[in-house]
Write a protein that binds this ligand. Sequence first.
Ligand code: NAD
Length: 370
Amino acid sequence: MSTTFRIAALAGDGIGPEVMKEAIAVLRAVEKKFSLSLQITEAPVGWAGIDAYGTALSDNVLQLCKDSHAILFGSVGLPDRDNTVPKDQRPERAALLRLRKEFSLYANLRPVRLYPELVHACPLRTERISKGVDVLVVRELTGGLYFGQPKVTTELPDGQKKAVDSMVYTTHEVERIAHVAFRAARLRRKLVTSTDKANVLESGILWRDVVTEVAKQYPDVTLEHMLADNAAMQLILNPGRFDVLLCENTFGDMLSDEAAALAGSLGMLPSASLGAATGAETTFGLYEPAGGSAPDIAGKGIANPLAQILSATLLLRYSLGLDREAAAVEAAIAKVIASGKQTRDVCAPENKSPVGTREMGQAICDAILA
Ligand code: NAD
């Protein structure tokens, strides 16, 4: 008997509903092509949640997420409405951060791929990207400098202030994120570049030791260590050398944004936040575009739906274990981009007729079903 996969689809605000519609259409095309059973349940979050239920993430929507194999998230937040509710009730905190906490989403994956037909959108000179750009940043999301204790500001006797943040990691925290990176590398080009500052940080030495130990369980994957500052430089000098870039929280925050710039538009960038493993190879996860609700273009039908559609492919791969199906969507996207279709955000100067959100989504569905 085939499994029914349950997906909570939370479109949110701004361009969220427009791009989510296309991602759901693509999932339906995958369902048809591969004879799967997907139970996709849509529910309001963010300002849409506040308007519907009086809160950005209501208990019934949270329960829907708990009953699902994965969450496909759009984006939340409307700056114009920010001052109408207390800070802790704003959607970014009350919906997104609450979901991350509720499901202990400790691994953030951000694939950055520059398609050959979109090199004009990359800020690097063409000779720097001759090998292409196809990097997966795996960032630890719940430990390190952002959460370590002590984290405090005190006043010194002379009136100055002293602020302390602590970069804290345990063996377990490093082990579990390293496993995510090695498992992901197995589905790619089998190279993990682990970044740290083992030359100056105690936590960096532990990080390097633990990652080296975990690597022994993945003899088919090559591991290299690189100081985080050098990694920042190599991403610009030779981005094509990277496959999986493993980072602790703070370095990952910076390196993932740097890598993201290489793709040319936020509209091209998906992300996955993974929690505890639910099966040998699958994990519960929240999948969302790296960008926000883009209120400046919302409602115009011009948003790039690829970040949302690519988020759905990550969901297929990491939470449902459907690698072949995910690869089919990726191939369809590559084919549509190769055919010359471009949304406005990645449009070449000579292209005078960019496609809209709907047309891009439809083209991908057609390519999957062709
Ligand atoms: P943003 O990412 O929404 O937009 C930045 C720029 O990128 C805008 O010019 C926008 O038009 C463009 N852009 C983003 N996605 C695009 C797409 N798919 N296609 C084409 N262009 C795209 O960032 P912002 O304007 O700083 O934030 C807007 C709101 O989104 C704020 O309320 C913010 O808090 C929220 N936000 C939410 C999330 C989330 O839900 N995860 C993440 C970031 C920002």
